[in-house]
Design a binder for this molecule. Structure first.
Ligand code: GLU
Length: 303
């Protein structure tokens, strides 16, 4: 597995260290690794530890150990978002200077009340659509203290994009989400800003991640446009479900990966990705070498 790239493809796996990898997150990791290798590209790992209250001490190192044991070696040392505040601040400053972002003083309760007054219900993910109360043209902060910073989402045509598995996608971000948060009221950087800044900083050409994140893509594209950054290609992989049909997640009590036989664990993830069964009597390295040519996006289940 040469780490010298044959193409300009750069992929990444970007886990949040809220716990060790589980069967669901391994599917996303393996898919992004296979897609990068099949393209002769680079594969990077980014530890998304901006949401510090959700991070679990030791989880980042545990994830890196798990990836090593599974033979999923990155082509560069991992980037850690907790060390990149200055870059996120610089991006926010650029947006503020361009009039594309603004400070907001509203509490969640106030946003909920404003929505209720307009007869708006929380969106699919129980997110509140921000009604634009603190937009400069609506009077700005109204002498209140800035709590968060938001992107000014244009009320234009819906954002359209192509997902390599899901096909044509479209979201009217202004109606589905409204002006979304870039820096949170607790002072932490929002996932959307950090991911966009870092995908660009790492020259990521291809985002391969779980389908539960597909909904963020339109927001991230708006941010890329606002910051003058390129938009990568996107591929959202099928979710692994628990026995009760819920998405497998750390919150849902997914057990950590059994790494006593890494080939067995990789083979289970490969099955979820529609790969044909590969001989399992080999080393991790040999199994992965066989998996690269077997990887085809067309094998992925549509949902
Ligand atoms: N850190 C996110 C997560 O673990 C993934 C972000 C991404 O791949 O864009 O859910």
């Amino acid at each position: 597995m040469s780490s010298r790239p044959r193409s300009s493809y750069v992929g990444r796996f970007a886990p949040s260290p809220t716990g060790p990898l589980h069967a669901g997150s391994l599917v996303a990791a393996l898919a992004s690794w296979l897609d990068a290798r099949a393209h002769g590209g680079l594969w990077l790992v980014r530890i998304e530890d901006v949401d510090t209250p959700r991070c679990v001490s030791g989880a980042a190192d545990e994830i890196l150990r798990q990836l090593e044991r599974l033979g999923l070696h990155a082509d560069a040392p991992p980037l850690r978002q907790s060390e990149r505040s200055a870059h996120y601040q610089a991006a926010l400053d650029r947006l503020l200077l361009a009039g594309l972002a603004y400070p907001c003083a509203c509490t969640r309760q106030q946003i909920a009340a404003a929505n209720a007054a307009r007869g708006l219900r929380p969106s699919r993910h129980a997110e509140l659509v921000y009604p634009g109360t603190c937009r400069p043209e609506n009077g700005g902060l109204h002498e209140r203290r800035a709590r968060a910073w938001r992107l000014r989402v244009p009320a234009a045509a819906p954002v359209e994009w192509h997902d390599r598995r899901l096909g044509a996608q479209s979201q009217a971000v202004d109606r589905a989400v409204g002006d979304f948060v870039l820096r949170r009221a607790d002072g932490l950087w929002a996932y959307q800003l950090a991911v966009v800044v870092d995908d660009a900083a790492q020259n990521v050409t291809d985002v391969v991640r779980g389908e539960d994140l597909a909904d963020n893509t339109a927001r991230q594209m708006l941010l890329q446009r606002a910051l003058g950054l390129p938009t990568p290609r996107y591929l959202h992989t099928p979710l692994v479900r628990a026995a009760d049909g819920e998405k497998l997640s750390k919150q849902h009590g997914a057990p950590p990966l059994d790494l006593s036989d890494p080939v067995v664990t990789l083979a289970a993830a490969a099955t979820a990705l529609g790969l044909p069964t590969l001989p399992g009597d080999s080393s991790v390295r040999a199994w992965l070498e066989r998996a690269i040519p077997a990887w085809q996006v067309g094998h992925l289940a549509p949902d």
